[in-house]
Design a binder for this molecule. Structure first.
Ligand SMILES: [Zn+2]
Length: 280
């Protein structure tokens, strides 16, 4: 599943391929990918130019002329690729944006879970559920002070807290396990019991890890590809994800895999400290 680093990599690789292109036609082979009115979606996009692409958490915000923003969430396996209009439709191609120059942007999604929405620019956060998310981990709003205050109120384990996106948005299962290992925090620690000194480390590790993952072009575990069809290059830097029962790089004792709220979670029980809830 693409996480923040992968969506950012898609943004960076997709932008030079489609910037300044003008949409001539939109084909919806599987209209349910579009969460808003399908006819209006296609009609409003005709004649619009791709201005730039922004990202918030795992949402791509494709900025168009006419003050429109196409918000796209790839969910499990959504992918974009630039091809030509003449290329035969692939089995899992669901949406096509044909440009006036004859090239075409195809949206492909094996699971069909991804969603697109066309909204007036500036209203994307209110209209798409983005405003329910905590700050994007790579924005200025995500400070150590913010993280300490937000976790102070969370009476559940830190792994689930990082995944629920309301404290910080952009960490999925892979990077949540990785940051907890790097910050030496046991995934079952109570979020509100981790000392501020340790949360400072967690904050810095989140930012450092995401930047490193983006620099490497993301992580490919199942099927993620960037907009140029390349897989991510971050896998060799994963310390725990996919390494259950192998020795921990720090202490050489075996890593353990458990389920935390139904999500596979790999960690080192020896060097990741468990902070337990205490009423005192
Ligand atoms: Zn260890």
């Amino acid at each position: 599943m693409p996480e923040l680093a992968e969506v950012e990599t898609v943004r960076r690789t997709l932008l030079p391929l489609i910037q300044n292109k003008v949409i001539a036609k939109v084909i919806l082979w599987y209209p349910k990918i579009v969460a808003t009115d399908h006819t209006a979606f296609s009609r409003q996009l005709v004649g619009k130019k791709i201005v730039t692409i922004d990202r918030y958490a795992k949402f791509l915000e494709i900025r168009l002329s006419g003050h429109l923003t196409l918000v796209s969430h790839l969910r499990m396996e959504g992918k974009y690729r630039l091809t030509s209009q003449a290329t035969p439709k692939g089995k899992h191609d669901h949406v096509e944006f044909v440009f006036v120059d004859g090239s075409a942007l195809r949206y492909n999604d094996v699971r069909k879970f991804g969603r697109m929405q066309l909204v007036p620019t500036g209203q994307e956060r209110a209209l798409t559920g983005i405003n329910k998310l905590g700050p994007d981990a790579l924005t200025a709003a995500f400070t150590t002070k913010y993280l300490v205050a937000a976790l102070h109120k969370k009476k559940k384990n830190i792994k689930s807290t990082l995944l629920d996106q309301t404290v910080v948005s952009g960490l999925g299962n892979i990077y949540a396990d990785e940051v907890l290992w790097r910050a030496k925090i046991h995934p079952l620690s109570w979020a509100n019991s981790i000392p501020a000194s340790r949360l400072r480390i967690l904050h810095d590790e989140i930012v450092r890890l995401l930047k490193a993952a983006i620099a490497a072009g993301g992580t490919t575990v199942h099927s993620y590809l960037d907009a140029t069809g390349r897989t991510g290059g971050f896998q060799p830097q994963l310390k725990v994800y996919g390494h259950a029962e192998e020795p921990c790089e720090r202490c050489q004792r075996p890593l353990v895999k458990i389920k935390v709220n139904a999500r596979g979670t790999t960690f080192c029980p020896h060097c990741q400290k468990e902070y337990l809830w205490s009423p005192y």
